[in-house]
Design a binder for this molecule. Sequence first.
Ligand code: ZN
Length: 278
Amino acid sequence: MPRLSEVLAALDALWPPERAEQWDAVGTVCGDPDAEVTRVLFAVDPVGAIADEAIELGAQLIVVHHPLYLRGTTTVAASTFKGRVVHTLIKHDIALHVAHTNADSADPGVSDALAGALDLRVVRPLVPDTTDPSGRRGLGRICELDHPETLGEFAARAAKRLPATAQGIRIAGDPDSLVRTVAVSGGSGDSLFDQVRAAGVDAFLTADLRHHPVSEATQHSPLGLVDAAHWATEWPWCEQAAAQLDAISDRHGWGLRVHVSHTVTDPWSSHHTSGAPN
Ligand SMILES: [Zn+2]
């Protein structure tokens, strides 16, 4: 049975922390390097419900995508909700490890998992990592569909293949326009419009799209936009990452039990279509 330090070394090899963006806060939040690990839980968000799930499961390590303290902190008092998470984890000997933008830009990364969930063929990164000679690492992915389909059909595919959320899938653009190539980016994607336009794709699937960038993008070109819940676009990474750690565990004979949380931690909790009859 491996020590936490051995498992963390394996995770750092998958998603080297030095490849995270400058502003990011990745790595181990809490955990004793000498503790033994038998069960690992993968999740998107380091929130109380996920800590509770890890306790229930008997996991000694939670690997999440989102940082707990992105901007640093001067307190982990349990009177703050983040401090409460830290207290809960330490009390139960559970380590917390974050792989955020270093997992976004990895090969395979968060957007490869998103493309895989939608059965899309990845062609190349949307924003290539210039330090990668293979040209496979970077943010977002440009993908091709096996057969062209309408924007409406593509959105229906996303609604079916991504985990269910209150938001569902929103589209901007002509639902009957044909989609052959798409850009996908797990998480908030509206800083990537310039690169998406330069790529000349028919549609862009991402999350957290705002009024003005969407309005401008749709006026600018016939680009179709597909907006899913932030959590749903990143959740497929948990399955991909869990499979990667499982394979490492098999290679080393660690016998780890690797789990993926199905708890929906997207903060939006219900949805009403406006103007609908009562
Ligand atoms: Zn995210």
